[in-house]
Design a protein around this ligand. Structure first.
Ligand code: GLY
Length: 369
């Protein structure tokens, strides 16, 4: 079994070593593979929330292969991301995704002191987004001052780490307040989670839910379910709060009930029957989250579900050939908006697939810790 995952990692390293030359020559942060080339994100330049996944992928592969090319490529993009501190206005709660996997990884894996400073800088930006009424503000538009989103549960990892590295509890306690609000306001009876909840930014009162990237209001956007599953698992680990682990298990139970027979994941668990809209991003994130949950609870069922997802992805949706620059196919950014990609190869699908494989081979860089 493990041999299969080792082989997949070797193939990933070989393919991405080759296609990374394309990204480096173009000077971009890869977002998506199109017509045989890596292309940058269509939105917000180098401040787009996915910028950390390419360096995260390079750091994981550096760990797997020890080929210095991957470290240098990770640092090339890490440099582009720290330049975005000066732009600042486009950065949002996703500084967790962006800097944990770039400067955070560099500091963790090599002891690079400037990278540690950059990671703490990012953590301060995230903490500064806390509305004292009880939630971390997701985005910057003036009419979205009260928006909080489930994805942020992953970004909290930057705060846990900053408290550990500095000995200052403010970061961790900020994360705790946001996680408690998310538990109270996002988790539904059936174990699913909302994508976006809007609060009154002056009072903190709940205003309404928004459908976000899912199929409809009240539906179950699968990637949101995956962020919740993994994010509450991390919260339980760092905040040592059993309610967060219970939440992670409820979300996981709902997710696992919806895995397709072929091991792939629909874009929304409430999408119309017969609608073929897959989001393998969700499957890859959930696979890694379920491995973390299995470890946290000691329950084999979560690991077995992670293997079902991983095997489904490898069997049906891994492109080892030359058609695409990346690996994982059938990634869908949003149910209704195709601008950021539908049924295509998107960088964080490759990141979470490789992270999952690294866990299964006992070599994960543990970048959320
Ligand atoms: N965090 C944004 C997304 O999952 O699309």
């Amino acid at each position: 079994m493990r041999k299969r995952y080792e082989e997949a990692l070797n193939r990933a390293a070989e393919k991405l070593r080759r296609t990374a030359e394309d990204a480096r020559a173009a000077g971009i942060i890869p977002y998506q593979s199109a017509e045989g080339h890596w292309i940058a994100s269509p939105y917000d330049g180098n401040s787009w929330w996915t910028g950390g996944f390419w360096p995260g992928l390079m750091w994981q592969l550096w760990r797997w292969t020890e080929d210095p090319f991957f470290r240098e490529e990770a640092r090339r993009v890490g440099g582009l991301l720290t330049e975005e501190f000066r732009t600042f206005r486009k950065l949002n709660h996703d500084v967790g995704f962006m800097y944990l996997l770039s400067s955070g990884a560099d500091a963790k894996l090599t002891g690079n002191e400037q990278a540690e400073t950059d990671t703490l800088h990012a953590a301060s930006l995230l903490m500064g987004r806390m509305n004292p009424k009880g939630f971390i503000r997701a985005w910057n538009e003036p009419d979205r001052a009260g928006f909080a989103i489930i994805d942020c549960m992953m970004n909290l990892a930057l705060l846990y780490r900053a408290s550990r590295d500095t000995g200052d509890p403010r970061f961790r306690e900020t994360a705790r307040v946001h996680a408690e609000t998310t538990l109270r306001e996002f988790l539904r009876e059936d174990g699913s989670v909302s994508h976006i909840v809007e609060f009154d930014p002056e009072t903190g009162a709940r205003v309404r839910e928004h459908p976000g990237q899912g199929y409809a209001l009240g539906s179950q956007w699968s990637r949101g379910q995956a962020w919740g599953l993994y994010g509450f698992t991390l919260a339980a680990r760092h905040l040592e709060e059993p309610r967060f682990l219970e939440a992670a298990e409820r979300i996981a139970g709902n997710f696992v009930r919806h895995i397709r027979p072929d091991g792939l994941t629909d874009c929304d668990f409430c999408q119309p029957a017969g609608e073929e809209r897959i989001d393998n991003l969700a499957g890859a994130i959930a696979a890694s989250g379920l491995l973390a949950l299995g470890e946290a609870t000691g329950k084999d069922a979560w690991r077995e579900a992670a293997l079902r997802l991983t095997d489904g992805l490898l069997e049906h949706c891994a492109d080892w050939g030359g058609e695409r620059c990346g690996i994982l196919t059938h990634c869908t950014a949003s149910y209704h908006e195709d601008g950021a990609g539908r049924h295509t190869n998107i960088i964080y699908g490759d990141y979470f697939l490789v992270e999952t494989l690294m866990k299964l081979c006992g070599r994960d860089a543990d970048l959320w810790n």
